[in-house]
Write a protein of this length. Sequence first.
Length: 492
Amino acid sequence: MRLDVSQQLQMAQQMKLSPRIIQAMEILQLPMMALQERIDAEMEANPVLELREPGDGERPAEQEDYPEDRGEHAMVVDEDNGNSDDFERLAEFTDEYGPDFIAATAELPRRRADPEAGDRKIEAMANTAAPTETLNEYLLSQWAFVEADQRTLAAGRVIITNLDDDGYLRVALADLAARAGGQVVEADLAAALPLVQALEPTGVGARDLGECLLIQLRAEQAAGRDVELETELVTHFLRDIEANRLPQIARRLGREVEEIKGAIENLSHLNPRPGLLVGQRAAPVIRPEVVVDFDAEGNVVVAMDDGNTPEIQISRAYRRMSKDRHLGRDARQFLRKNIRSGQWLIGAIQQRRETVRRVAEAVFDVQREFLDRGPEALKPLPMSDVARRVGVHVATVSRAVAGKYVQTPRGIFPLRMFFSGGTKTEQGLDVAWDAVKAKLKDIVDNEDKSAPLNDDRLAEALKAQGVTIARRTVAKYRKLLDIPSARQRRQY
C-alpha cells in the first residue's frame, strides 16, 4: 500500500462568532435581575467602571476619543441591515484582556461609588430572611431524640436523607439498602420506617399518596375524630374517587352519595405533599421590564422599567491616566483594554434596552385588542413578522423576549406569550391558539356541572363561537389547561 502526502487548496465559507458577539447575544437575552448581577460582576472585574451618580453631567464614555478605539460608537438597532454593522464592529475587539497588572508607581484613583450604597447594603442584609431549614435537617433534628437501637437509628437517618421535597420515600427499601452500601439492611429500614412516619409534619415518610393520607387519618383518629369512612375510601376507592364514580362507591358501601361527598371533602383538607410545609422554596421574583399602558388619547405607550439596574460609566480619572505618557506602557495598555471593554458593555446594555423596547412596540402594535378584551383577542404573531418590523434577525427577537415580562393593564405576562400560531374563524378573522384556549376555559367555567360537556360538545360550542377545531385538538388543549374530563367534572 502506497502513502502519498500532497497539498491542496480549497475555498470554503465559514461563519465564526467572536467572543464579543457571543457576549452581546448573552447580554440581550439576560432577564433584568440576571443583568443586574452581570453588571455587578463586571464592575468587580473591571476597575475603570463606576456608578453614574444622579445629575452627573460627564460625557458618556463612548464619546471619548481613543486612537486604538477607532470605529467605536453607540450601538443602536439598525433597521436596514439587521445589526450587521454593529456586529462587524464588535468582531474587531477580539483581543483578550492583558495581565491584571499596573505599575507599582502608578497611583490609582479610588472608584467613585454611591454614598448611600453602604447603607442600602446594610439595610438589605438586615431585612434578608435567614436561610430556611430544609426538610431533611428538620427531620434529623427530631430524629436525634428518638429512642431506638443504633442500627435502627442509622437506618432512620438513611431514610430521612432519601426523602424527596414532598416528603415521600420514592425508593424501595431493598434498593435503599443496596444504595447504602451495606451500612444498613432491609430489616433495619423496615423497623425504622414507622418511626420516621411518626415525625412532623404528619405524613412524611410515605411511599405513595394512599399511605400519606392514611398516616394523617391515623393521627386524626388518635385525636378522637371519627374517620372510619375516610379511611375506607382511601384504602379501597382512591381510583374511583379520581374517576368521580361517587354513585358506584355509595352503592358498594351502602351509603348515601352525600355522605361520600362529605368524606371526600374531609380528605381534601389533608396535605398530599407534607414535605412542602418545611423549607419551602422561595417563589421566583418576577420583575416586569416593559410597561404597556394608554396615554390620555387612548394610544398604546410602551416604556422600559430599568428597576434597580445600576447605571455605569467609565471613570474620568482612568481615562486621563490611559493617555498619560508618564505612565508605563503596560499600565496604559491595560487601562485602554478595560476602557474598551467597559465601553462595549455600556453600549451592549443600551442596545439591549432599545431592542427589547422596539420588539415590545411591534408586538403591541399587533396585539392592541388584547389590552381591551383580554386573552380571547390574541392574534397569531410569528417571531419572523416582528423581526421584519424591527429590522433584526428572528434569532435576535427570540433572545430579546427570553425571560422578559411585560406589565399591562390586564396584569403581568411573559413577553413570549404574545407570539403564537393560530387559525381563522368562520368570519375570516385570525385568532391565536392562546385565544382558543381562553374561549375553551370560559365555556368550561360556565357549563352546567351536573351535565358537563364532553370533548365533542366542547368542539361544537367552540364552533358556535366561530372557531372550528377537531375533537382531538379540544382534548389536547383541555389537558394543557389542566381541565379534567367530563366525568371528573360532574357534580352530584
